[in-house]
Design a protein around this ligand. Structure first.
Ligand code: ZN
Length: 258
């Protein structure tokens, strides 16, 4: 059975619902989340509840960490959003539900190692990078500008790693290349003997590859497929604009996919 991989929902419940519908329409039963469920978006509680209900497990992202503990190295927009998000969890009047949500966030893992279902391929899941799981970004530009960085990160990858964090989907290989989904074609990236890959599944709730549609990936025994899903951006954007602690740029960027 394939596994759906979602990441960086960022409190965008509208996008998350459409992605879950798409996953359901394909009959996929297993969903995992690579973190940043919350932060930036207007629906943190709904997003956490949907992930709690629908995902087998989720990782801890830097924004989940920032809301739960402290927002470190956040810019002013992200910090303001993190404090507002925390206030939403604190404002829950149902004591049991409030405790359940905090317990869920507190138990998110930083890294998970598995084998690809139905294939004997080791796979590592982290939010940021295999070297610094919560905070390190692996950018497509690093292939040109910092190949030694990519090389050092690949030393920590046995075969496959799945990441989020940059909100830009695609595949890094240990030949120090990057392939956006468009270059890979419909079947996506097929695992090759002797080749390591770090696969970014993109972002459900705040894509940054200039395609505003929600992004997720499907892990098959022999390959990973990239999927885009349209959702009603107006709904998420207007909610953001009504919340003064969430900067209007957080609404604007959803339309631009950046
Ligand atoms: Zn993120």
């Amino acid at each position: 059975m394939p596994t759906a991989l979602i990441s960086d929902v960022h409190g965008n419940a509208e996008a998350l619902r459409r992605v879950l519908d798409d996953i359901d329409s394909r009959g996929i039963q297993r969903i995992i989340s690579l973190g940043d469920i919350i932060g930036y978006g207007p629906d943190p509680l709904t997003s956490v509840d949907l992930v709690r209900q629908r995902c087998e497990w989720s990782l801890m992202g830097n924004h989940d960490f920032g809301v739960l503990y402290e927002p470190t190295n956040f810019n002013a927009t992200a910090e303001s959003a993190a404090y507002w998000t925390r206030d939403q969890f604190d404002a829950e009047t149902d004591d049991k539900l409030r405790a359940q949500r905090y317990e869920f966030l507190g138990r998110l893992r930083v890294r998970v190692a598995e084998t690809v279902p139905e294939a004997d391929i080791p796979v590592l899941f982290v939010h940021g990078s295999p070297r610094r799981p919560i905070n390190e970004y692996i950018f497509p530009d690093d292939v040109m500008n910092a190949p030694e960085k990519i090389d050092a990160i690949f030393e920590r990858v046995e075969r496959l790693a799945f990441v989020g964090h940059t909100h830009v989907p695609g595949v890094f290989t240990n030949e120090i290349d990057f392939y956006p989904p468009d270059e890979l074609g419909e079947r996506g990236y097929t695992f090759a003997d002797g080749e390591k890959a770090i696969i970014n599944v993109g972002s459900v709730g705040q894509p940054r590859d200039f395609d505003p549609r929600a992004s997720y990936a499907i892990l098959h025994p022999d390959r990973v497929e990239f999927v885009r899903v349209e959702y009603d951006i107006d709904i998420s954007a207007s909610k953001i604009r009504q919340i003064s602690a969430l900067h209007d740029w957080l609404a604007d960027r959803l339309y631009e996919g950046r």
